[in-house]
Ligand binder design. Sequence first.
Ligand SMILES: [Ca+2]
Length: 284
Amino acid sequence: MLLHRLLASSVWPSLQPSGASLALAVSTSLAAIVALAGGCTSFAFRSGGRGQAPSDLQDRKDMVALDAGVLQMGWKVGEPDEFPQHKVTLAPFLIDRTEVTLGNYRRCVEARTCKAPQVPGDGWETTEQHPVVGVTWLDAKRYCEWVNRRLPTEAEWEMAARRGHDGAYPWGGKAGPGTANLRGGEDGFERTAPVGSFPRGATKAGVVDLAGNAAEWVFDWYDATWYGKSPEGDPTGPEAPTGQRVVRGGSWADPNHLARGSARGALDPNVSNNAVGFRCAATP
Ligand SMILES: [Ca+2]
């Protein structure tokens, strides 16, 4: 059943139109399945009291502020769901500098607000500074609200990744050594890496790991044809449920091109995946 669900809800369904891309999408899912094959269990979390997040977790010093701006969202030479390129205008927002860490997420579980992540129990290297993965879209949303934040919209996420440069990747250049934790171990990590391990992959504003490491849930419902009908001002995605939420940035299980700032992925919001985590955003 687990294998069926993963294959039926590939993280990157937008790649399925071509045979080569389909192979990549399936192998991406297989990478996750292999990692899960050792047995899936949840971390041992202590129980704690209910309530709001402690003030240190609500402190916004770990966020990067972006001014209002205009983005040509989408990519001229990308996948079909990245067309058409279209203008979006965004109000100021803040976004977490890093993916949400296991250590911070653990505190939400101990406060009985968040559910424990579902991650492989065999050979899975994690520290408190690794990104939390194995959480559903609702888990991610719940955590962000606990720390008085919210999930970024798809447009905000892309603005954070592409603002201030014309390159395909968040750092503005090409994918290369030391820029991101992507598929394979030559980048130093077979699976997730502690957040901030790739400072060369930071955006000009200082946001790290947008490409690779954990792929990231964002707020919007996924619609492959959305860019042809998206409003210009602060789009928040389709209003009606489509069955999948957008996932951005690619992960440790993905090839380079899925980590481009405009590449779109999607996943059933009820599914957790050991390649998918999240970061939060906020309105000033
Ligand atoms: Ca990421």
